[in-house]
Design a protein around this ligand. Structure first.
Ligand code: AMP
Length: 429
């Protein structure tokens, strides 16, 4: 479905709200933002879609107290989820039929090599996102469902795809290619794409701001440590290396993913342990990482167990930190000069012990953490290295939804301010 292009002077030109949708296989997260001041008007989550125990949590943020409303009971599919979210928004006077809504921005996990920028979604763009399903079977189908559902809700509105892979498309060929047979790789589009790009882009820019410099002036290593985790090396604002690859399985130890392993482990599991490909997929993506190592994937619980003397939890923590250190060292070598190492996402923003352990012993690389600064809890970007340190160590809270809203609004707004129709049908390169 192709949205009707908007013309300059239409009522929608004044529209300054953006709805951000992050559609997973059984969940939809949404945020409505006012782009006048980039504030949140409401946030929400629909989870366990399709199950009897579906739940919607909706928090309007326009009043004084942010009180979360909850709906429980089966929500059959993504269309029903978005309808329920729209009803909650309407109850707060923020209905999605409002002329103030300028666009809907969608997180799309895989944009392959084609989508290097946010892109207004047309039939042709959607077909291309569908063509990428074989390389992103777990993610792109849910994103496509989210897009189709939103299009049905507001067919007149520009819908923009913001790709997790886009920021990494600047990686040089020697970093993006696996050393496997070129014809086989190309025939099946096997290469390193990287993910979490929206977060790496946002955090690396914010880190430069924290240092009082422009992104072009600094080289930074970003450590996005959430339940999924990835590292990136960003030189002068451009990604030159990242730890996730063809899929989000490669790289760091994560909550439930193994990260790097010898690929021969999979042959071994097949030939010797008799496991099927699907079973190995589940093992490495869902039952490995911290969970596989110690039975917990939440860093808070792991730290609690370590404090009680639990050795399995301690070993899981050490393996997690060891991998992080290897990547910090490797990316220091890739960048040559590093201005900052930046921690972000759930673990990176909140776990002082992880930050301390990951940086410990790296004085030769110019990296030191100040224990007092590291212990401070704050939602603001901050330095945790002492003044004398050669390389800054920082904590920068990520905000993928704000980045998606900014990119969506910039793309829609740019066309309008130039007096053009929103460039539907074109890939914005
Ligand atoms: P994310 O995927 O960015 O939402 O991160 C989720 C993960 O962050 C959780 O699984 C926890 O391991 C971790 N996390 C969240 N809060 C804390 C905290 N206060 N201390 C340590 N880890 C935390």
């Amino acid at each position: 479905m192709t949205p009707t292009p908007m013309k300059e002077g239409s009522a929608a030109v004044q529209a300054r709200r953006v709805l951000v949708l992050n559609s997973g296989s059984s969940s939809v997260k949404y945020q409505l933002l006012d782009m006048n001041d980039r504030s949140r008007l409401a946030i929400g989550l629909v989870e366990r879609i399709g199950e009897e125990t579906s739940r919607l949590l909706h928090t309007p943020l326009t009043g004084g107290d942010a009180e979360t409303r909850e709906r429980t009971g089966r929500i059959a599919d993504h269309a029903a989820a978005l309808k329920a979210a729209a009803e909650e928004l309407a109850a707060d006077g923020l209905g999605l039929d409002s002329p103030e809504l300028a666009a809907i921005g969608h997180r799309v996990v895989h944009g392959g090599l084609r989508f290097t920028r946010p892109t207004v979604i047309t039939d042709e763009v959607l077909t291309e996102i569908e063509r990428l399903v074989p390389v992103a079977p777990l993610h792109n189908p849910a994103n496509i469902t989210g897009i189709r559902t939103a299009q049905a809700l507001r067919p007149d509105l520009p819908q923009v795809a913001v790709f997790d892979t886009a920021f990494h498309t600047t990686m040089p060929e020697y970093a993006a290619r696996y050393a496997i047979d070129v014809e086989t790789a190309d025939a099946h589009r096997i290469r390193r794409y990287g993910f979490h790009g929206t977060s790496h882009a946002y955090v690396s820019r914010k880190a430069a701001e924290l240092l009082g410099r422009t992104p072009e002036e600094v080289n930074v290593i970003v450590l996005h440590l959430g339940n999924g985790a990835s590292a990136s090396a960003v030189a002068a604002g451009r990604c030159v290396e990242t730890s996730m690859g063809l899929t989000p399985l490669e790289g760091l130890v994560m909550g439930t993913r193994s990260g790097d392993i010898d690929p021969a482990v999979t042959f071994h599991l097949k030939r010797v342990a008799g496991m099927s490909t699907d079973e190995i997929d589940v093992l490495l993506n869902k039952k490995s990482g911290l969970l596989g190592l110690c039975g917990d994937n939440d860093m808070r619980e792991i730290r609690r167990r370590i404090d009680e003397g639990d050795e399995r939890a301690a070993l899981a923590f050490d393996i997690y930190v060891h991998r992080l250190k290897k990547y910090i060292g490797a990316y220091s070598a890739v960048l040559g000069r590093v201005d900052a190492v930046v921690f972000t996402a759930g673990v990176g923003e909140n776990s002082a012990p992880v930050r301390e352990a990951a940086i410990a012993g790296l004085e030769e690389l110019g990296l030191v953490v100040d224990a007092g600064l590291n212990a401070v809890r704050s939602g603001e970007p901050r330095l945790i290295s002492p003044n004398y340190a050669r390389v800054a160590v920082a904590v920068v809270p990520t905000d993928e939804e704000l980045e998606i809203a900014d990119q969506t609004f910039a793309l829609v707004g740019r066309a309008e301010s130039a007096g053009q129709e929103v460039p539907v049908g074109q890939v914005d390169n």
